[in-house]
Write a protein that binds this ligand. Sequence first.
Ligand SMILES: [Ca+2]
Ligand SMILES: [Ca+2]
Ligand SMILES: [Ca+2]
Ligand SMILES: [Ca+2]
Length: 364
Amino acid sequence: MIKYYTFVCLLLASISASGQLIINEVLYDPSNDSLYGDANGDGVYDQEDDSFIEFVNVGTTNFDASGYQIWDDTTSGQLRYTIPQGTWVPPNGALVVFGGGTLTGTFGNAVVLKTDSAYGMSLTNSGEVIAIKDSNGNTVLTFDSDALSNNPNESYTRYPDITGSFLQHGDTTSVLFSPGTMTDGTPFDTLFVVESIAVQGQGGATSISTQGGSLQMEAVVSPTFASIQSVTWSVPSSNSVATISTSGVLTAIGNGTVTVTATANDGTGIMGTTDITVSNQSVGIAEAHNAKNFSIYPNPANDQLWIQWSGNTAQLNIYALSGQLVYSTTYKGESVDVSQLETGIYLVQLSGEEGAYTTKLIKQ
Ligand SMILES: [Ca+2]
Ligand SMILES: [Ca+2]
Ligand SMILES: [Ca+2]
Ligand SMILES: [Ca+2]
């Protein structure tokens, strides 16, 4: 009988969706039995304060809920709450609006708000269709409580979450509501994703024009509230113009233009790029630099190569004359096994905080 009733209710329910945002759960009738209705966790039952609407952003980008309005009825209702400016919901993340009270708990680390009215959202058990309007006043979501049970003493939730139809929460789990989490208590996502990355050289620099010179690259990640602001730096592996460190220090190794890429570390794959022009490099006729006592021996070398270097730990790269990187390691003073290199001429480059130095190696 209960199942039959639920089935009829689902047929009657008038639920609409709006692009990225859906209503996932509504508590318009918290239980007045003891504290079974204390959805906001403040230790007090209050019909208005404990009422809530749970939204979920079903899009793949952060959702701007600023200015969205909650009306307690599509026709005769009033505006009960306007979501404040700067309210964003992460992809697959939840936004919960309570009627009021002292919000106590983590609510799955969802974005949680409450109205500033003593009457909360003024949701009733019947005769109203909750309306959500966007910041332009267009109705984008509705929830008809009348078509569902009139006196559930618990919430209505989509089941399964996000994709399912509305059921009484207690029909899905042993609890009566789950503000900010899925019905089984699993949190929704909380990661605000990167949407764009702007890349430039420090101070807007677009070139390196000194021998072995370097340029600190900068990445500006948007939005500023993206959860993971760090990026991974890269240049094309086959390029013969510059190398880049994990901290974004671009170091010249040859003349030309190199595309520098910063990739978001949050799994979105969002990238930003810029081109840097490198000039005045004399790597084509490589010569030893005496700075930092940089030298290599023996030269020509057969299998083991020793490097003299008075600087700190440095990045050691060996390039073919074509510019192809053939060996790369963090050099800490040990010998380098070059036995696998084919016979020929190579460029050995050490780069560190002190700068970058390049010399020619003959492999025999
Ligand atoms: Ca309460
Ligand atoms: Ca009302
Ligand atoms: Ca009731
Ligand atoms: Ca929920």
